[in-house]
Design a protein around this ligand. Structure first.
Ligand code: CO
Length: 186
């Protein structure tokens, strides 16, 4: 499937609010292919030249519902400033099994491939989460103990399974209110 900024559905499309379903096991071929194409999108999206040529918006994650497919599939690639992959996950049926009370938030706010309008404000999420999933790259079940940026990315992507967008979590009356027990991430 062709994945670019034209084929990714936006928040004016009601499908973005759908609940995603568990993927069956063994993972069907079509779901594997889709997830690997999602990985490829995320990987290429941070290469400015390719992104420009292929109409990709830079991202660290994408979930299948953003292609209109309500299945629990998420691709995450986080790179350092030199472009080296720091985290890379092709997740099938990821699930948060525990999370900290302590919160964290991105100082610059969150963004999303399905949201084209800027929504300013802090999105408070757990500073640490434990996620269990099947990882297609390792072809095995994994447990991710994530903190700070990775924890936020995981929670953002898993919200897509419930049809929740990041700006749903911004306090509309006071978008930059400070919460106790929360630390900013640059
Ligand atoms: Co998103």
């Amino acid at each position: 499937m062709l994945i670019n900024n034209d084929t990714i559905i936006k928040d004016d499309d009601e499908r973005i609010r759908m609940k995603s379903e568990d993927v069956s096991f063994p993972v069907p071929k079509e779901d594997k292919e889709l997830l690997m194409e999602m990985m490829d999108y995320v990987d290429k999206s941070t290469d400015e030249e390719i992104a420009e040529k292929e109409n990709l918006r830079a991202a660290v994650g994408i979930s299948a519902i953003q292609l209109g497919i309500p299945k629990k599939l998420t691709a995450i690639i986080i790179k350092d400033d030199e472009g080296n992959k720091v985290f890379e996950y092709a997740l099938v049926n990821p699930k948060i099994v525990s999370q900290s009370v302590e919160k964290a938030y991105l100082e610059a706010g969150e963004g999303c491939l399905s949201v084209e309008v800027e929504h300013q404000g802090y999105v408070y999420r757990s500073a640490r989460v434990k996620v269990r999933a099947y990882d297609l790259l390792k072809e095995d079940y994994i447990e991710i103990k994530a903190e700070d940026y990775l924890a936020i990315v995981l929670q953002h992507e898993l919200d897509h399974f419930k049809g929740i967008l990041f700006y749903d979590r911004i306090d509309q009356k006071n978008p930059f209110h400070k919460e106790d027990n929360a630390h900013p991430i640059e």
